[in-house]
Ligand binder design. Sequence first.
Ligand code: NAP
Ligand code: MG
Length: 489
Amino acid sequence: MNLHEGVIFLNGEFQERSAKLTVINPSTAQPLGYSVEGSADDIDAAVKLAQAAHDSRAWTSIDPLERTRILGRAAQLIREREADFSAVMSAEMGMTLNFAGWMEVPMAANALDFFASLIPQPKGVTAPFSLAGPQGDYLAMTLKQPIGVAGLITPWNFPLLMPVWKVGAALAAGCPCVLKPAPQSPFTALLLAEVLHEAGVPEGLLSVIPGSDEAGKALVAHPGVPKIAFTGSTETGKHIMRSAADHLKRVTLELGGKSANIFFDDTDVEEAVSGALFGIFLNSGQVCQAGSRVLVQRGIYEAFTARLKARVEEMTVGDAGDFTSDIGPVVSREQWERVRGYIEQGKASGATLLTGGVGVEGDGFFVPPTVFTGVTAKMSIATEEIFGPVLAVIPFDTEEEALSIANLTLYGLAGAVWTRDIKRALRFARDLQAGTVWVNTYQILSPTLPFGGFKQSGLGRELGPQALEPYLETKSVIVDLNDTPMQMF
Ligand code: NAP
Ligand code: MG
């Protein structure tokens, strides 16, 4: 397996560092390898290189179509090396090989192709100019300019896709970047750096500094970094926003969720159960947009929960590197304990444990797929982001009730409605307070559509036609075309 042990990626090369960061394989609970505990000095070196690349226009002076080709080549290399990427991410954070190869790796390559396509698009506009008082002849336009060094901080749950969403957008906008991946998943990010370098991204444009604690904070605090893009927990997002305020840094935040997956009586029960399983159990529930609350109308509630139990009990839990596993482990002992804590809270709060539970202590950090029924909207398992394979099923009677339960959360990342009634579907599409709404499906995303959260699920959007906007500053330029410039004195 291609593990970049003991190195950071800086100045277009892998450089050794002695400060060790142990990465654990969650399927075995044994060390997988040693990464680097990046320091504030490493971050400073990376930021200085990125600033120099920005100042010398090392990237933006390259023909835009060539830059498009470079990112396109990187996308192609990711596809060609799908097996390498899948093996690394599966070993470091427990994503099943099946899911990595089927979804995460192709989605990352697609996103990079999309960012590449934005590079040669016109940016900025010419504007009619209006001057109160004296008339005259002016040419006015806006320039969209790369903001400068982008500091990118990513979580472990999608170890390739999250870095690609940020690195791809930053580079497409013309910004050099410094990526601090999660300490649980540094090796995938380093492999991405290798691929981008091989595709032709010049040195200094991208550094990858793994680390826990010091590196991330140093990046957010660095005065040479005007832009921070972060994905992770809402709590950490708030810390980052506070810290970024000191330099008035631009921030985009993709945070947590507690999304509702809503099934009306007119849904086929088997389809509903498939939609609920797909919504919650992908990647062991470690998906920010997971449909962790399933709302089921009373008419199908009994049939739904009976089929759900049977289908969940057919799922196989096992080593993420085994193609036959439906569900791998959760990422770490810490996460395993956290999830088990929520399962205990669910039992104590009076919800019914339909299937699953804490399970037995074994070698890896496994949690069986777990379902609670009879959940009420205010129990902690219905309000807090568990980030594990735990589903809360909530019955409802009316459309109004379903909408109010769905929106009764401080989050607003995603949601779905399943129904054959077109008007009802469109009412939910309009009224759910969430950045993404699905009708009769769940989870699927396209790089052509913006992704992000309402309320405490985030700030700003990634992807979509405006994906580069957070990495650009807008400048108004006014040119006097009159023979005699305006003067008053
Ligand atoms: P986290 O604290 O949000 O960490 C995400 C990333 O931010 C990591 O790279 C982390 O590395 C870094 N980070 C943490 N504190 C920072 C700070 N003050 N300044 C700069 N960077 C910082 O998430 P976690 O600790 O891995 O997981 C905790 C919970 O967050 C999970 O149980 C889950 O509920 C939620 N989560 C949500 C998402 C999502 O996509 N919505 C993703 C992951 C986790 P260091 O901690 O090493 O600095
Ligand atoms: Mg942390």
